[in-house]
Design a protein around this ligand. Structure first.
Ligand code: HEC
Length: 171
């Protein structure tokens, strides 16, 4: 241990230069952007009834990872921040892509509405690591409730309208 500390002390300058070089080099490896232009007709904000509040919350707090249109603040151009976000977008869209929500089956929609309120209740979404820097996406209790009520209401409407398709495939 002592030797390592001594070695670091001796090579301080080289280590610093090495570190800075790595930071500079990784800036050239930019992840692909998730820049879907205008909202598609299958976008949840178009295809599902929602108040302006719900729309605002979804777009500010969820769309960066769960839609085809990520908003990229300046710091997401810095690596590795951009890489982390790109990873979240890939994984997040696999779970739910709000831009394609209307293409989902009734069963999948019901399941997703259920998961949305569950995730909010547990405080798992938006992801903590994202909120550290995206402070505007933090949800207060009132906003969480608005979104949960909206998800539950939509789930119940579908369950009532399509009792058979939903019941058979109860998750
Ligand atoms: C920083 C990116 C990010 C943001 C912002 C985000 N999510 Fe997610 N979400 C993910 C990722 C990644 C997954 C898949 C892995 C996981 O479950 O952690 C996921 C999974 C989910 C799931 C499926 C979880 C399950 O039950 O398996 C739901 C539902 C969800 N998110 C809802 C939301 C809602 C609603 C918001 C906004 C309030 C939101 N997410 C914001 C990244 C994000």
């Amino acid at each position: 241990m002592k030797q390592i500390i001594q070695a670091i002390a001796v090579h301080k300058k080289k280590i610093l230069i090495g570190f800075v070089s790595i930071i500079v080099i990784i800036q050239f490896f930019r992840p692909e952007r998730n820049d879907g232009s205008v909202s598609s007709p299958n976008d949840i904000t178009v295809a599902t009834a929602m108040s302006p509040e719900v729309k605002g919350i979804l777009e500010t707090s969820c769309f960066d990872c769960h839609s085809d249109r990520t908003n990229y603040p300046w710091y997401t151009n810095i690596q590795p921040v951009g890489w982390f976000l790109a990873n979240h977008v890939t994984d997040g869209k696999q779970e739910i892509n709000f831009s394609q929500f209307n293409t989902y089956s009734i069963r999948r929609k019901v399941k997703k509405f259920h998961e949305i309120s569950e995730q909010l209740e547990k405080g798992e979404m938006p992801l903590d690591s994202y909120l550290w820097i995206h402070r505007d996406a933090v949800l207060n209790e009132g906003q969480k409730k608005i979104l949960m009520d909206w998800a539950n209401k939509n789930r119940m409407i579908l369950e009532k309208k399509y009792p058979d398709s939903v019941k058979k495939n109860r998750f």
